[in-house]
Design a protein around this ligand. Structure first.
Ligand SMILES: [Zn+2]
Ligand SMILES: [Zn+2]
Length: 184
């Protein structure tokens, strides 16, 4: 049980890491990945509910693909344990859990709503914190447990600081935040 929780939190951490990297550094004009994820990412900050109508496959295919690669890699290395399976399955559904956190209970149905109430899945109120202010916190999107810890130690800001100092890469401005700061 303890290990299971650990693996879920690890998947939660990776979902946050990818989300953070996209929010901080990927924009529409970013080479290679920009058109593919930069646009959708900013779109989500501008119109958070736009993606809730998308199917599971439409919002998860890229994560499913990545998970399949992880599974194949683990199999090739003869390290395909139940932990790798749990990690891959949870990671593949990170965006679906994120989507549920943007939907109302009547849209999610009873089972998902119950899991959210039991705090086994990230809740709407918790995820809303990512969409307020500078939109630079609460990046993990699967549980409610990891974000408070990472925010407490200023993990993401620390990471951005180290990257700026070592690689000279600055966090990019978020147009959805600017729009709020300077109303036209
Ligand atoms: Zn975001
Ligand atoms: Zn969101």
């Amino acid at each position: 049980m303890f290990q299971f929780v650990g693996v879920v939190l690890l998947a939660d951490f990776f979902s946050g890491l990818v989300h953070w990297a996209e929010d901080a550094y990927v924009r529409k004009e970013t080479p290679v990945v920009g058109r593919w994820i930069g646009e959708a990412n900013i779109e989500h900050h501008v119109r958070p509910r736009a993606f809730v109508v998308r199917s599971w496959w439409a919002s998860s295919w890229d994560l499913v693909l990545t998970s399949v690669l992880v599974l194949m890699g683990a199999w090739w290395l003869k390290a395909l344990t139940w932990k790798v399976w749990v990690f891959a399955l949870v990671s593949a559904n990170a965006n679906q859990v994120h989507k549920w956190a943007h939907r109302a209970p009547h849209e999610n149905g009873r089972v998902v709503t119950l899991l959210q109430k039991l705090k086994l899945l990230q809740t709407q109120r918790h995820h809303a914190r990512h969409h307020t202010g500078q939109k630079n916190s609460h990046y993990c999107s699967i549980t409610n447990f990891l974000n408070p810890l990472l925010e407490e130690i200023n993990f993401w800001q620390g990471l951005e600081y180290v990257i700026e100092k070592t690689l000279r890469f600055k966090r990019k401005p978020d147009i959805s935040v600017k729009a709020i700061a300077q109303p036209a």
